[in-house]
Design a protein around this ligand. Sequence first.
Ligand SMILES: *Cc1c(COP(=O)(O)O)cnc(C)c1O
Length: 388
Amino acid sequence: MIPYGKQQIDQDDIAAVTEVLQSVWLTQGPKVPAFELAVSEQCQASYAVAVNSATSALHIACLALNVGPEDIVWTSPISFVASANCALYCGAKIDFVDITLDTGNICINALETKLIDAQKLNQLPKVVIPVHFAGQPCDMVNLAKLAKQYGFNVIEDASHAIGAMYLDKAIGGCAFSDICIFSFHPVKIITSGEGGMALTNQPDLARKMQQLRSHGITSDPTELTEPSHGPWYYQQQLLGFNYRMTDIQAALGLSQLNKLNKFVSERNQLAAFYQQHFSDNTNIQPLRVSADCYSSYHLYVIRLPELSRNQHKACVEFLRSKGIMGHVHYIPIYLQPYYQQLGFKAGYCANAERYYQQAVTLPLFPGLTAEQQLFVVNELEHFLCSLS
Ligand SMILES: *Cc1c(COP(=O)(O)O)cnc(C)c1O
């Protein structure tokens, strides 16, 4: 089966992990801060807090911004469930803003309309979480304008988008947000096995996230509320978690980071190959990438607008029968049974649901060969021809 995405591990990665296994520190050693420093330099952010997943990063990012039971968080329905679950972990309410059909990203006009309505009802969101879907950055300039006007904080879910650029700057620099989140799950752009990171330029947010990832504990003498009892002393000041990244993971992440530019440029070349082969077929519509964005192409998504619901399903089944792991990213989050129980109804975000009926993810990962790509293109066109 040709997967839709996978990691690429080389001898340097293996050597980096082996070195940690033979060292004193398997966790809470030097590799975690080294990885944090390297990522913060790569994307020009002041602070980086490594954790054991992007899901954990989203959770502590919400807590650092004081999201609680009185609050409302908004995100995109076309994302992984973690983008929304983080608000529920904090006891907050979650709501969804519809997408733009041809990019899969949050629609700024829909956001503005929803903000105007929410203001009248005194139900403005405390935090909005845009998702840089498939690796393409959202329209952050206009989102930041609305953030200022309506007074909400912004957490970028950039789980797909390390290595992407917006207005010629690396995603992660938080120029238009409070906090930006990366994922290092193996299917993402670079991997640490499991892992995530939260970036910010605000020292208070960074410090709070550092404490929250490790039980809410500190032993920093300047932070203690009473004199130290002795050299063993630490204080728990917040209700935190064990969300720490290990040094084994950080060593792999650091080694993978050396290949970030290579991976992303290869992903762009592979995407261009598909694009070129689909350009004369109006039934196949790749996601549109704006001129002000450089996508990291975590996913290669096409839309097949002419297909019925059954034909769309048959298309993915056909690809799988040929050994091609076609996929659909994503099921609108609010259609999940858990979210239906919360009261969300089918039809809530029209574009998201239309998108869900049309989208197919094709294989894209470093190491995918031209031969495999041509096979994917031919089998897809073969299927589409069989319909007419
Ligand atoms: C993968 C993903 C996450 C969660 O990442 P983990 O590191 O697996 O916790 C969150 N949001 C989006 C958009 C993702 O794709």
